[in-house]
Design a protein. Sequence first.
Length: 85
Amino acid sequence: METAYCIWVSFVLSVSLLLFIPLSILMELGFYMMHSTLQTQATELSPEARGTAVSLFAFSLFLSQGIGTHSVGLWIASATFIALF
């Protein structure tokens, strides 16, 4: 998890496009691996409730994406788009 924080801080502080592109690829690779790990753990949680575990995982994933999008939309509406970045 510390690696993700280091990449995120470097990602935010990068002013060069040559640094931004590899850092964004590393960060997305980390999210890709985290997603597959969490999905695998959800399916192995309980064989009797596998369908419930996977649907709850998908629900929480999409709900958090929706909440994040809504929050950023409110932030942009109250401030400016430049203030977000």
